[in-house]
Write a protein that binds this ligand. Structure first.
Ligand SMILES: Cc1cc2nc3c(=O)[nH]c(=O)nc-3n(C[C@H](O)[C@H](O)[C@H](O)COP(=O)(O)OP(=O)(O)OC[C@H]3O[C@@H](n4cnc5c(N)ncnc54)[C@H](O)[C@@H]3O)c2cc1C
Ligand code: FES
Length: 507
């Protein structure tokens, strides 16, 4: 039976219950504290527990409540910036290590799935990089040559196009031996593995402050203090911006739809195209049908208000490429943390050797996070890791400087919003379940009208560096256009780098 209801949370939350955990209620002394229970935090905790380290994970929400629950879970070494650009940005050796590390991450996920017997639909398949309309074949030949120089000798150009089921698609590069899985079932398996090895997991515990001394202390909203020899901040967007991550990570919102597809009408595959922003596609089997998952339409966080149009363009694109695609069953969005050179920032924070970060994982955060987990677990137990330098958080921007400068100028231009009026002349114009920035004299107020018609006011100044937040009517969040902090409708921070909630608005 085809469902007519569009789900606005991701397909992964549909019919699957994750394990639940209680908040921390008393002070805790632990060898390693991991903040964040998405794929980055749980993979790191798993790798540490495997190495015999006493570890505890803390999250302010439920397991998988962050962007791991929003992912499309392509497990791939097909890079966001591609191999040709990565070779320019990080050199031939850098591109080779990048390829090696992503393939090793897919192998590691496969091994964990097998060792822990995790039923998470893990499957190997080909990945394709399709030429977008108007693109030149030269783009694909250059990318193939760079991928091969990086050691991916089996990447092949299919210049006559690709046939998938009954569908004929444009010329593409084929990357064999990629994979996909159900990300939340995988997280549940990691949780069981961590607990079996003696690790602890606490949810509903918000970390407010990290004091990086010889023994690192973490402060929590509810009072208990955590003391640890080392801390891993795996919060996707950094919550401790002392190393200026926000100058080198550029958050974007990305959109996904899931369309009905007759079972078996397309083989399993992963795909990206060469459009900018690119589309990404995969299949997920459901009980009596398949779901064609299509993503794209990215924009800088807080800098667009046409979400419905973006979902519609995705559906149109999907039906043009895959005429069998039917009803839209799911639609959701999430944030990706892009970095200046397309590679994640993972390893010790330069400010303290006891604080480690995993951030900037771009649109291939499943593999990046797994690589980060392997690097940091090795570093904590003192084993050299071959990829540590490549992903070091404090690395020089090098050829990525141009992007840092242009993103910096974009951020500066956002401050002109301080001089503008509100989005609406008065709160009476805000419909129920929606929000807008309202001018109270020189003050800007983030006003949300709840479903019962009650108004909730906060200062619209982001608590990171004071940009004006923008209402996101699709996700019902306040999004900061400068460095991607996000707040729920009532102003509670859900994504750093903002350290705290929006302040109350005072008349
Ligand atoms: C729509 C979409 C599609 C994507 N598709 C792919 C794909 O196909 N393949 C791929 O590899 N990657 C993909 N990505 C990227 C990938 O999903 C992310 O890079 C990855 O999930 C990030 O994992 P994480 O563990 O770092 O973050 P999260 O899953 O966001 O986890 C961070 C956790 O930290 C917690 N937290 C934050 N601050 C605090 C605090 N102060 N105290 C306590 N807890 C805190 C949060 O509650 C959250 O649970 C996609 C992303 C999106 C949005
Ligand atoms: S995230 Fe930096 S000012 Fe808002």
């Amino acid at each position: 039976m085809q469902r007519q209801i569009i789900q606005t949370t991701s397909i992964w939350h549909d019919g699957f219950n994750l394990p639940t955990y209680s908040p921390l209620t008393t002070d805790l002394r632990i060898a390693v504290a991991v903040v964040g229970a998405g794929i980055a935090g749980l993979s790191t905790a798993y790798q540490l527990a495997k190495r015999g380290i006493q570890v505890a994970v803390f999250d302010d929400g439920p397991i998988g409540g962050g962007d791991t629950g929003n992912t499309t879970a392509h497990l791939t070494g097909m890079l966001d910036k591609g191999y040709a650009e990565t070779e320019y940005l990080r050199g031939t050796d850098g591109a080779r290590l990048t390829a090696e590390s992503h393939l090793a991450a897919i192998d590691m996920i496969e091994r964990i799935v097998r060792d822990e017997a995790i039923a998470c639909d893990f499957a190997r398949m080909d990945g394709y990089l399709f030429l977008a309309p108007g693109g030149e074949l030269r783009t694909l030949t250059e990318e193939r040559d760079a991928a091969q120089r990086a050691g991916l000798n089996d990447v092949a150009l299919l210049s006559e196009g690709v046939t998938l089921g009954n569908v004929r698609l444009s010329p593409a590069l084929r990357f064999p031996h990629q994979a996909h899985f159900h990300p939340l079932k995988y997280l549940a398996g990691l949780c069981h593995g961590i607990e079996r090895m003696g690790g602890q997991i606490f949810c509903g515990t918000h970390i407010t402050r990290v004091n990086a001394e010889a023994i690192v202390t973490l402060e929590t909203t509810d009072g208990p203090v955590i003391r640890a020899d080392s801390v891993v901040l795996a919060t996707h967007m950094p919550i401790d911006d002392t190393l200026g991550y926000s100058l080198r990570i550029f958050p974007a919102l990305t959109y996904v739809i899931g369309l009905h597809l007759p079972t078996g009408s397309l083989p399993n595959f992963l795909a990206f195209d060469t459009a900018d922003p690119y589309h990404y596609v995969r299949i997920q089997a459901a009980e009596d049908h398949d779901v064609l998952i299509v993503g794209g339409e990215d924009h800088k966080t807080g800098q667009a208000d046409d979400m419905d149009a973006r979902y519609q363009r995705l559906a149109q694109w999907a039906r043009t490429q895959f005429p069998l695609a039917g009803e839209v069953l799911y639609r959701w969005s999430g944030q990706v943390a892009n970095s200046f050179d397309g590679l994640a920032l993972m390893g010790p924070d330069l400010v303290s050797p006891h604080v480690y970060v995993i951030t900037g994982q771009t649109g291939i955060g499943m593999t990046h996070s797994t690589i980060g987990a392997m690097i940091i677990a090795d570093q904590i137990v003192g084993i050299p890791n071959p990829w540590a330098e490549l992903y070091a958080p404090g690395r020089a921007t090098g050829h990525g400087l141009g992007e840092v400068v242009s993103e910096g100028l974009n951020v500066l231009s956002q401050y002109t919003d301080l001089l503008k009026g509100g989005d609406v002349a008065s709160a009476t114009e805000i419909p129920a379940g929606s929000g807008a920035v309202v001018g109270w004299g020189p003050m800007k107020v983030a006003t949300y009208r709840d479903d019962q018609g009650r108004l909730h006011h906060c200062s619209a100044l982001c608590t990171h560096l004071g940009c004006i937040v923008a209402w996101n009517d699709s996700a019902k969040t306040w999004d900061c256009p400068c460095h991607g902090s996000r707040f729920d409708s009532y102003g509670t921070v859900i994504n750093g780098p903002a350290p705290s909630d929006l302040l109350p608005a005072e008349e």
